[in-house]
Ligand binder design. Structure first.
Ligand code: PLP
Length: 425
């Protein structure tokens, strides 16, 4: 299923030299044409700060930003667009959720998982180092990287104030059973914070039926907006317990020198990244028009093609290749980390780029505990061999491009196994 008209939309491989961008887990590229057009129009003709003037341009910019909240609220089946709070990125949203709920209160306990990103682990550790929290990090299945919701239940204590779980790992693509974790959290009356950095826009998310209280998300990955955008959805009612972590002008209630209590102004001091958010709105509109269900079906097809490409004709893995995480399309998104025996992950990325123009991300992916689960940290294998090489899919990637990437990987694997240097030939 081509998700977009090939004539009007960019392609993942648009470039005079063959370049295939396979790092959509870092940020999505390319963006839909409508995103670029809306940002160009803002930059060249609209220009005004939303909600900061009564003139038509400022009012239109405010309307466009509100449309962005509405579209995101629709996409995640939220209860109220005013509860979609804009942030700089996912990390900023996670900091608001974590510090807003926990900072400065009596010492309490939190639960997270070994698949979580440093954007969750570091804010928790900063609070732990100050003696503000204790934490339990729940291990995952060492093959699939999936957490058992019953382990979350067992980790919850009477003083647990927050459970934070990544929806899909940015290392292995492992999809966590968020609906089941949500049921556990509801039963224990503990708020659930979900890091949707690798899932929003890729697959359907329903915050109400999944029991998600706080959804932290990037605007610049699966929602196809520009860098510098993101958000936090706050379940209505929870804002009463979630303190702001920044204060300032909102363009509203200017007679008061106190932060407004109203949503979303309570959490959005300062001028907005209007150009970015107006672009983001078009990215979300693009997804809603096509349907995330359909795009997810396409991504799953591409996952199957990728996984098939890692195997030889007899069904065995390419020589020396190891895939971290789920070996089948179930329990995963289109994020794949691999290692090749005898080749450092950085070197594999370099060969893929230099010889084939395939752009991947090597290293530890800001997820030290996830790499610990798979034995790929510097302590496990030494600094040089540590980490993995990650390929990640976006909505414009088609079968031919996935095959090109896995053929390139196969070429390198065979060369390394034969002890000869890889070259595109
Ligand atoms: C799982 C996960 N969480 C959080 C983040 C941080 O996202 P951002 O760069 O939008 O802050 C990332 C970034 O790659 C991620 O993959």
């Amino acid at each position: 299923m081509p998700p977009a008209s090939p004539r009007s939309e960019p392609s993942a491989a648009d470039s005079p030299v063959r370049r295939l961008y396979m790092d959509n887990a870092a940020t999505s590229f390319p963006k839909p044409r409508a995103v670029l057009d809306a940002m160009t129009r803002f930059a060249t003709t609209l220009g005004a700060s939303p909600g900061r003037g009564a003139y038509a341009e400022s009012r239109e910019a405010a309307d466009l930003m509100w449309a962005c909240r509405e579209r995101i609220n629709t996409l995640i089946n939220g209860e109220n667009p005013a509860h979609v709070v804009f942030t700089l990125n996912t990390s900023d949203a996670l900091n608001l959720a974590i510090r807003g709920l926990l900072d400065g209160r009596e010492k309490c306990h939190v639960v997270t998982t070994h698949m979580d990103h440093n954007s969750v682990l570091r804010p928790f550790n900063a609070l732990m180092d100050r003696g503000a929290i204790e934490q339990t990090r729940v291990p995952v299945d060492p093959c699939s990287g999936v957490v058992d919701p019953e382990d979350i239940r067992r980790a919850i204590r009477p003083d647990t104030r927050l459970v934070a779980a990544v929806h899909a790992s940015n290392v292995t693509g492992s999809l966590q059973p968020i609906g089941a974790i949500g049921r556990v959290c509801r039963a224990c009356a503990v708020p659930l914070l979900v890091d949707a950095a690798q899932t929003i826009g890729h697959l359907p998310i329903d915050v109400q039926s999944m029991g998600i209280d706080l959804l932290a998300f990037p605007g610049h990955k699966g929602l196809l907006g520009p860098l510098g955008t993101g958000g936090l959805y706050i379940r209505p009612g929870l804002e009463r317990r979630l303190r702001p972590v920044r204060w300032g002008g909102t363009g509203s209630v200017s007679e008061s020198d106190r932060q407004p209590e109203t949503m979303p102004d309570r959490y959005e001091p300062g001028s907005h990244n209007a150009i970015g958010l107006i672009g983001l709105s078009e990215g979300v509109g693009w997804l809603l028009e096509r349907g995330v269900d359909r795009l997810w079906a396409h991504e799953r097809e591409m996952i199957e093609v990728f996984l098939r490409g890692l195997r030889q004709s007899d069904g065995t893995m390419l020589p020396g290749l190891r895939l971290l995480g789920p070996p089948t399309v179930h329990e995963r998104v289109g994020v794949f980390s691999v290692t090749v025996d005898g080749l450092a992950p950085d070197e594999l990325s370099r060969r893929l780029e230099d010889d084939f123009g395939v752009l991947t991300r090597s290293g530890l992916h800001c997820a030290p505990l996830a790499h610990g689960t798979f034995g790929t940290t510097p302590d496990d294998v030494g600094k040089q061999q540590a980490g993995a090489t990650r390929f990640s899919l976006g909505p414009f990637i088609q079968t031919e491009q996935v095959r090109y990437a896995t053929d390139a990987l196969a070429h390198v694997c065979h060369e390394v196994a034969a002890g000869t240097p890889a070259s595109a030939g």
